[in-house]
Design a protein around this ligand. Sequence first.
Ligand code: ADP
Ligand code: ZN
Length: 708
Amino acid sequence: MLDQAQRILKDVFGYDSFRGRQGAIIERVASGGDALVLMPTGGGKSLCFQVPALLRDGLAVVVSPLIALMEDQVATLNELGVAAVALNSSLSTEEQIEIAGRIRRGEIKLLYVAPERLVQPRMLSFLEGLEIALFAIDEAHCVSQWGHDFRPEYLQLGQLAELFPDVPRIALTATADMRTREEIVQRLHLQSAERFLSSFDRPNIFYRIVPKEQPRKQLLSFLTPRKGDAGIIYCLSRKKVEEVASFLCDQGFPALPYHAGLSNDLRAYHQRRFLNEEGLIMVATIAFGMGIDKPNVRFVAHMDLPKSLEAYYQETGRAGRDGLPADAWMTYGLQDVIFLKQMLNNSEGDERHKRIEQHKLDAMLALCEETRCRRQALLKYFDEELEKPCGHCDNCVDAIQTWDATEPARQALSAIYRTGQRFGVGHLVDVLQGRENDKVRDLGHQHLSVFGIGKSMNDGEWRSLFRQLVSRGLVELDLEGFGGLRLSDSCRPLLKGEVSLQLRRDLKPQQSAKASGSAASQLVRSDEKTLWEALRTLRRKLAEEHSVPPYVIFPDATLLEMLRSKPSTLPEMAQVSGVGARKLERYGEAFLEVLNGGEETPRAVADLRHELVSLARAGMTPAQIASQLSCTEKSVYSMLADAIGRQQLSLEQALDLPEELLGEIQDAFLDGEGELPPVAEIIEQFAGQVDPGVLYCVRAALQAEFEA
Ligand code: ADP
Ligand code: ZN
């Protein structure tokens, strides 16, 4: 069975091997068993039911909560030559009847349908009259009332177990927590499902969290090296969304706003543009979320602090679904903490609920102030141990330092206490720095013992210290008033000198600006840009012709592999990951043309090569070819060697060498151990016997043999 699955993977999807547990999941479902699949975003969940759908007889029914998600998958499958359709409310009655007819005739392999439609009695009895290959329940966490995406319609999917006892069911979700998992099993009656739990690590995402100083400037320096990339920027308020979007447009970054205050039409329009165009930035509130399956979102930036690690993980997880390098970047400061705590304080709900929310916010703050590996900390929160620091987050690469802040912290605490526990950070810093401004004088704070005791640290360092005291709960915020600080019970041991305090040393602004630019990303090198853009242009053109998003034609990963491996023939193109039979047939030639007409191999050279190969195959000698193509013998040899290396020509086709001489040359190359020696090393040995070009050709043939 796996053999067959492997073949489908290659022929239809164009991929060489299964990722993670895909193989095992596919085997389980294809052989008729139920499965619960927990895999992070971008892990490759779709193949887990799409491949079994092709392996089994009958119709595979896929339940999906959003029209956008369905349409995306259907378009992708159709491009691969797989018969898939989506039934949704946007279809006319005639269209629905037509689809039903095709299903009855067995012409459709996958049917995507919304849960509320699936459970309609008419739909169910229609399906009962058919052979069903499997049911796939995507975004299965929607069945959980505990989760954030609860959809009551999902509750009714439980009845599939009784109605179709012999049809395998596979439920999939990227939501990891235990409680949701158990709820899925319960409500969907998946007690006998085998569970497939993957790591929730997203290794391609680089995490960076910076203290907020000049947020817009910081954002710009993060974005500048990423110009042309698609990304999402999250802000807390609608107003800020609008402001940041227009600021970015002014700065030459194409950005669109998205929030619940915009009309439905405009929101849908912006979302469509984000999916279909390249390099757009969506500035959004968290209203922008589920259903965003765009695989090549290169970054997610947070201008404000999310209120939990669950939210942070989910929002940042929208970056890099395609597995290519992506960035999660966030700036946060004391204002964020004050704001979120105030919101929590003013929210409806009972004490217990508030305590849970408080706890979640504290975990988020702890991640911000974390001095060790962020990924380790993040995964640990989701009960996953990462053995070693990841080496792919800011804390790992910047070698974050901690410092002994015991003494300054005590000074800060006593400044809070002596000023009467009602002032915000601005005034406290003025007092510590000994600034005799109006406010200080009016209050008489210049006479306090703490006045001017903090001159050895600058304002930024003090603010960072206060922020960390708040984050750690050593200092509390006055939430009714204006964010005044007061001591909390937990600061006593510190005040009394019973414990010491180690804090994170923030990077200097210029350091962090530099670091944020250099860390991850930048998929293509500057010398590759021209060809990359040419490939993207062709992809966009094809996407428009077929009315699908560009990534449905080919994902970035595939385009990138083309760029790097430069296939020059259709068989070579077929080797590229993501190029299945159907796409090869449809698009292979067009992309080859761009690749071979690109910067590094101008069109004329490509043509010349082509002709050279035909002439050599027709039996011409290098000298004859040279005169035919009006170029030097030397360049003929070099093109021949090249063609041999690419296995477009055999050595025999290229040259007519006496057996014995060929044997001698091969021996000379193979004499040493390990690597083939360069031609220069044996050139003397054959001086006068053969043209040096011959040696290049023989070497290329040996090399190709080694690599095969
Ligand atoms: P998920 O639904 O888990 O977020 P997808 O099914 O959308 O993830 O897959 C993410 C990306 O990874 C897609 O572009 C998909 O084509 C690609 N992919 C999935 N499985 C493989 C594989 N075995 N080899 C190469 N690419 C894969
Ligand atoms: Zn790390």
